[in-house]
Design a protein around this ligand. Structure first.
Ligand code: SF4
Ligand code: SF4
Length: 471
C-alpha cells in the first residue's frame, strides 16, 4: 500500500542514510540548512515510494510512513485494476459442495486428512511411504482415482516435495504427507516454496526420533523444525490439531492459508492422532480459497503493500521465471544486489506477519483468573485439558492455552496472560522444544514438562505436577 512519507526535521541527525538506503531515491537534500547546521532532507519523489519501509527502519526516528487515507488508497487501487484487467481474473473465496454426503462419519486422523484435502480442492498428491503417515498416501492413491486427480508415488521425499511445487505452478492445489526423516529431506524444497511463493501443504505425522527412532510411536519432536528447518529465515504457518474433527477442519484451513498467502503450510499430526478414530461432522458445503490471478500483474513480491501477488499458471502466457534465486517482481534473477535481497526477505516475512492477528487461533480454558497456565500443543492438549479440569475441581487456579495455529506464535496472547498468570507450564512429547518459545515471550516462571519416550502423556502425570509439583 502506498504510504504518506514525512520527515520531522527536529529529529533529523543529518546522517544521510535515507539518501543512500532508499532504492527509489525518493529523498533529496534541499538547499536549506537546518537549525543543527546540516542540509535538510526532503521527500522529492513520493509517488516512486514502494513502501518497502527501509527508510523508517534505518532512520533514527525522523522519518515516518503513514498509511494513506482509505479513499485515496481505493482510488489508486481502482486505477491499478483498470490498468491490469485485460484478461480473465480468477481466484478468491468460493463455496463448494462437499464430496462427502453431509453427516457424521467415524474416521481416523489420516483418513480425515485425505477427505479434507479433497474437500479443499486438492488435485495432486506426491509422496513416499513412511510410517505413521502411510494411510494418507494409500487413501490419496485410491481417492484420486475416484475423483480424477493425479497421484504419484515418488522415489523419495525429495522428489515428492519438488513434484508438488511443479504441480502448484501448473495451477493445481497440491500436497504431500510424511514423517520425521522424510520431513527433514523436504526442507530444501520448502525453502524454494518460500522463495518462489508456491502454495502447497505438507502434512507431517510426527514420530519419535531422532532419525528413524521409533517409527510407530507418537511424538512432537518436529515443532521447531516445522518453523525453522529451512534456511533463509522467513515465516512459516504451522497448524497442529488435537482431534480428528480438527484434523479435518484444519486440513481445509491449511489449503486455504497456503493459497491465500502463497506459501507452504505445515499441518502437524502425530503417531497417535493419525490412527485415532473419532466422529467427524461434515457439512454439505465447504468454503475454499483459490489463489488470485490478475492478468498482467507482477507474479512476485515485494508488493507495495505486502499483499500477496497474482499467481499465474503455466500456459497463461505470462513472462515469468520461477526461481529459488533472489529475483525481482517478474522473477528475473538478481543475485548480487543487496537491496533487492533485503527487500525480498523483509517482504516474505511481512506478507505473513502483517496478518498475525487473524492467524491467532487458540483454545482457552479457565484463563480469566488462572495463576498457572498450561500451554499445550496438539495431542498433548487432550491430556492437558483433562488435567486442568481435574485440578480446578481441587481448587487450583489453573487454565489452558492451546494454540491451534502454532506459528506465527500467539505472542501477544501469551503476554496478555501475564496480568494474572505467574507460572507457565509446558508439557511436551519431546525433550522440550516449545518451552523455549514460551520463555522468550514472558518474564515469568516457565516450567518444562518433557516426555520424549514415544508415549502420549498420561493426563494424571500433568495433574500430579499441577497439584503436587512433581514430574
Ligand atoms: S535517515 Fe533520518 S536522520 Fe538520517 S538524514 Fe535521513 S531523515 Fe535525517
Ligand atoms: S519506504 Fe522505501 S521506497 Fe519509500 S521512501 Fe522509504 S526507502 Fe524509499
Amino acid at each position: 500500500m502506498p504510504r504518506r512519507i514525512s520527515i520531522n526535521h527536529d529529529l533529523c541527525r543529518g546522517c544521510n542514510l535515507c539518501l543512500e538506503m532508499c532504492p527509489k531515491q525518493v529523498f533529496q537534500e534541499s538547499s536549506e540548512i537546518g537549525a543543527a547546521g546540516f542540509r535538510l532532507k526532503q521527500v522529492a519523489l513520493p509517488d516512486e515510494c514502494t513502501a518497502c519501509g527501509l527508510c523508517e527502519l534505518y532512520c533514527a526516528g525522523a522519518i515516518s510512513l503513514e498509511p494513506l487515507p482509505p479513499e485515496e488508497f481505493a482510488d489508486i487501487m481502482a486505477q491499478e485494476e483498470r490498468r491490469t484487467s485485460t484478461g480473465q481474473r480468477r481466484g478468491g473465496w468460493k463455496e463448494v459442495d462437499s464430496l462427502l454426503e453431509p453427516g457424521r462419519y467415524f474416521m481416523a486422523g489420516n483418513e480425515a486428512v485425505v477427505e479434507a484435502a479433497l474437500a479443499a480442492g486438492c488435485e495432486f498428491f506426491a509422496g513416499y511411504p513412511i510410517t505413521p503417515a502411510n494411510e494418507i498416501l494409500e487413501g490419496m492413491s485410491r481417492r484420486m482415482g475416484e475423483t480424477g486427480g493425479r497421484f504419484i508415488q515418488a522415489e523419495d521425499e525429495i522428489a515428492s516435495v519438488y513434484m508438488i511445487l511443479g504441480a502448484s505452478w501448473a495451477g493445481l492445489k497440491a500436497f504431500t504427507a510424511t514423517s520425521g526423516p522424510g520431513f527433514a529431506l523436504m526442507q530444501e524444497g520448502l525453502s524454494l516454496a518460500d522463495m518462489a511463493e508456491i502454495p502447497c501443504v505438507i502434512v507431517n505425522v510426527q514420530r519419535a526420533g531422532p532419525s528413524t527412532g521409533q517409527a510407530t510411536r507418537p511424538a512432537a519432536m518436529d515443532m521447531r523444525e516445522a518453523r525453522y528447518g529451512s534456511h533463509g529465515g522467513v515465516q512459516r504457518i504451522v497448524l497442529y490439531p488435537d482431534s480428528v474433527q480438527e484434523v479435518f477442519d484444519m486440513t481445509i484451513e491449511a489449503f486455504n492459508l497456503a493459497e491465500r498467502f502463497r506459501t507452504p503450510v505445515i499441518l502437524l499430526s502425530d503417531g497417535y492422532l493419525s490412527h485415532l478414530a473419532e466422529k467427524v461432522a461434515v457439512s454439505g458445503c465447504v468454503k475454499v480459497f483459490d489463489r488470485i490471478y490478475v492478468p498482467g500483474r507482477p507474479a512476485f513480491g515485494p508488493t507495495s503493500d505486502s499483499s500477496v501477488p497474482s499467481m499465474p499458471r503455466f500456459g497463461d502466457g505470462e513472462n515469468v521465471v520461477a526461481t529459488g534465486s533472489t529475483h525481482d517482481v517478474s522473477g528475473k534473477r538478481s543475485t548480487t544486489n543487496p537491496t533487492v535481497q533485503e527487500n525480498l526477505v523483509f517482504y516474505l516475512n511481512r506478507k505473513i506477519l502483517e496478518h498475525r492477528e487473524e492467524l491467532v487461533d487458540c483454545e482457552e480454558l479457565f484463563l480469566d483468573d488462572a495463576e498457572t497456565a498450561v500451554v499445550a500443543f496438539g495431542t498433548v492438549g487432550r491430556s492437558a485439558k483433562w488435567a486442568v479440569k481435574e485440578a480446578r475441581k481441587l481448587g487450583r487456579r489453573v487454565g489452558l492455552l492451546r494454540p491451534r495455529i502454532v506459528y506465527p506464535f500467539p505472542s501477544q496472547r501469551i503476554k496478555e496472560l501475564c496480568r494474572t498468570v505467574n507460572q507457565f507450564v509446558v508439557p511436551e512429547m519431546s525433550q522440550g522444544q516449545m518451552v523455549h518459545v514460551v520463555s522468550e515471550k514472558v518474564a515469568r516462571d516457565v516450567v518444562s514438562l518433557p516426555q520424549p519416550n514415544g508415549q502420549i502423556i498420561d493426563p494424571r502425570r500433568i495433574l500430579k505436577y499441577l497439584v503436587e509439583g512433581v514430574w
